[in-house]
Design a protein around this ligand. Structure first.
Ligand SMILES: *[C@@H]1O[C@H](CO)[C@@H](O)[C@H](O)[C@H]1NC(C)=O
Ligand SMILES: *[C@@H]1O[C@H](CO)[C@@H](O)[C@H](O)[C@H]1NC(C)=O
Ligand SMILES: *[C@@H]1O[C@H](CO)[C@@H](O)[C@H](O)[C@H]1NC(C)=O
Ligand SMILES: *[C@@H]1O[C@H](CO)[C@@H](O)[C@H](O)[C@H]1NC(C)=O
Ligand SMILES: *[C@@H]1O[C@H](CO)[C@@H](O)[C@H](O)[C@H]1NC(C)=O
Length: 301
């Protein structure tokens, strides 16, 4: 009887978790898909840590920046332009890995929706791959690494920050970064205690969900971090960003949180070139990102 109950609860949970994940990576992540171009940009595509990556800027630089893409991947021309800009302005070696192994989200593929695509391309896997890229960069002599993540990539960069894999982080309209990522959650043992205490309570669902979705969430953001968010963003709401800032400041984590007025989720990379307002706001965000890397970590390394 009890067993049945647990199994049913588990099922409910899996469904709830899936829906939650979908919620945070909802429609806004799909807006304005780019026209991918495998040859765009001033850099080249090489292999780094077993992944294909677009690299630009001086390859002998001791300072590297990793850009973690949104769901549209590393062939997005705007993303490569941003990489070129970061490289030429500060002499960073910029690396944009192909976290999706040639399989970015394709909005035209009606056979495979976002949920299905995310199952194949979870941010957990992205995190593991990013660690391999970092190891390869360190092996070739890079001493300091910053990482910036857009949308999907924001979560990957948050994970890197938790583990001190990078010296500085920038999240641009991140998806799926939660309060728990910023403040850390109870340890596993505490989960277990909570579980027994509230066994027949509805709260148990939450506990199960946490266990299911991300055990690493007990870690919290540790490196200096800038968060650039849009006024209109259902996944990364301005109110939530203000909470992030409070907690980061309480934890004495060097931070910069800015809400850009009049723009929506995805604006820093999926702007249209012919929209002057959009381009201006995106450029301002790129400059903030660059400034953050220069002041927080170049000067300290
Ligand atoms: C975002 O949320 C608002 C209401 O809060 C809703 O009107 C809007 O349709 C949502 N947009 C997307 C793209 O989900
Ligand atoms: C892709 O980028 C290359 C290099 O910038 C450019 O020559 C080419 O026209 C682009 N292709 C498309 C379809 O935009
Ligand atoms: C999706 O379809 C549109 C319209 O036909 C096309 O312009 C675009 O290149 C397609 N995108 C992909 C990723 O195939
Ligand atoms: C996505 O596709 C799967 C099957 O491939 C389906 O079970 C699920 O309901 C779909 N989700 C949405 C939101 O369409
Ligand atoms: C230009 O971008 C701004 C800011 O993202 C947006 O509010 C506006 O609707 C866009 N204009 C057009 C014509 O798409």
């Amino acid at each position: 009887m009890l067993r049945m109950f647990t199994i049913v609860l588990h099922l409910v949970c899996v469904i709830l978790c899936l829906q939650l994940q979908q919620g945070v990576s909802g429609h806004q992540c799909l807006e304005h898909p780019p026209n991918l171009n495998a040859t765009s940009g001033a850099g080249t595509v090489i292999e780094v840590g077993g992944l294909k990556a677009y690299v630009t800027g001086p390859s002998n630089s001791e300072l590297a920046i990793i850009l973690a893409s949104d769901i549209y991947g590393f062939e997005a021309p705007n993303l490569r332009k941003i990489a070129d800009k970061v490289a030429s302005n500060a002499g960073f070696n910029v690396v944009v890995p192909d976290f999706f192994y040639g399989d970015p989200y394709n909005p035209n593929n009606t056979q495979r929706n976002m949920t299905d695509w995310l199952r194949d391309h979870g941010t957990d896997k992205g995190f593991e791959d990013a660690k391999r890229v970092i190891a390869a960069l360190k092996k070739k002599g890079v001493s300091g690494i910053g990482a910036a993540g857009f949308c999907w990539g924001g979560k990957v960069v948050a994970e890197l920050s938790k583990g001190y894999y990078t010296e500085a982080a920038v999240l641009l309209h991140p998806s799926r970064v939660t309060l728990d990522d910023i403040k850390g959650t109870a340890s596993l043992t505490q989960f277990t205690v909570e579980k027994t205490l509230t066994f027949k309570n509805i709260d148990i669902l939450k506990v199960f969900c946490n266990r299911q979705s991300d055990l690493r969430q007990k870690e919290l953001i540790k490196t200096p971090i800038a968060i650039l968010a849009a006024q209109f963003d259902n996944g990364t709401a301005p109110e939530l960003m203000k909470q992030f800032k409070e907690i980061l400041s309480t934890n004495k984590i060097d931070n910069f949180v800015k809400i850009f007025p009049g723009v929506s989720h995805g604006w820093t990379v999926r702007y249209k070139d012919d929209n002057v307002t959009a381009v201006k706001s995106a450029n301002e965000a790129h400059q903030d990102m660059l400034d953050w890397f220069i002041t927080t970590y170049v000067q300290k390394t």
